[in-house]
Design a protein around this ligand. Sequence first.
Ligand code: TXA
Ligand code: MG
Length: 335
Amino acid sequence: MTLLLRIKKTAIEPEKIAQAAAVIKRGGLVAFPTETVYGLGADAFNPEAVKRIYAVKGRPVDNPLIVHIADLAKINSLVRLLPPEAGVLCARFWPGPLTLVLDRREHLPPEVSAGLSTVAIRMPDNPIALALIRAAGTPLVAPSANLSSRPSPTQARHVMEDLAGLIDLIIDGGKTAIGMESTVVDFTSGPPRILRPGAITAQDIEAAIGPLALGGGKSVRPKSPGMKYRHYAPRTRFILVEGENFRHDIRQLIAQAAKGKKIAVITFRQESSYEDCLVVHAGSSSRTVARRLFEIFRDLDNRGMDLIIAEPYPATDGLDMMIWDRLKKAAGTGN
Ligand code: TXA
Ligand code: MG
């Protein structure tokens, strides 16, 4: 049985937080809202609870988790050393959508970081998340609260769709503000490097600490193990069209499809129009698109589409990188 608790961000009831924290303390799994996406939380120092997270998500055991903290002082108990530049980023962007990969301390259960010598840490910018972590009195590991490879949940109902019956409790704290996962920055191998683009952009980080290492580094062994798996994907076949002739190419894809097939086209431009398909305008600002894209993927799956096509994402601002990354991952054309 999965319990559902509704909590308003603006009027947090301490007894509900205490109820959720009690579930964490006894080794249970609690889905909770953050500013990016919903997380599936467990006590980072309870190896059995951490293992259960991998099991219920169907997550590959070589894909490490992010540890969520509510107070900066906690970081010293998790990492061996906080490089000065990493400290600058914490001071500047926490709480916020930024995850730092650092060298871990030995006493953290190895399952947390899938046997690596490093650990990913972030402080989420959501009052419910922060209250839960504080009340639990322990850092929480929390991957996105979806089944592995599905789009991350931006609403409690998405969590229910994937995990009802498999976890102990879901806190419904409304829609998440950003809608896509945090920026992950690695500090453990040379100059800091972005492993996953998010709402804290490369420009934001460079303005704070100077140049980042370039490129994600397509090494044989991916630095961020999660990056090698297909991610964020609708179940429906999904094609991301690229290039300048995208309208022509999309019309051709529609024309080539068998009669009676249900096709949806996701657009990012008000003026785009297509026939013989369902046109879904995801929004014209990057904030809106980020907030809505995963929800659109899920809704189109639920409507029984045969094919989803997306226009190329236009260059707009610093959030481009994040949105392109998620579109490419969903299409299976990312790195
Ligand atoms: O916004 C977010 O980060 C959300 C919310 C819930 O906080 N969480 C999230 O977690 O997206 P997850 O597990 O879905 O993605 C974590 C990413 C994966 O790509 C994983 O491989 C990477 O972080 N990661 C975790 N620990 C790492 C480590 N020690 N070294 C390199 N990459 C790591
Ligand atoms: Mg995830």
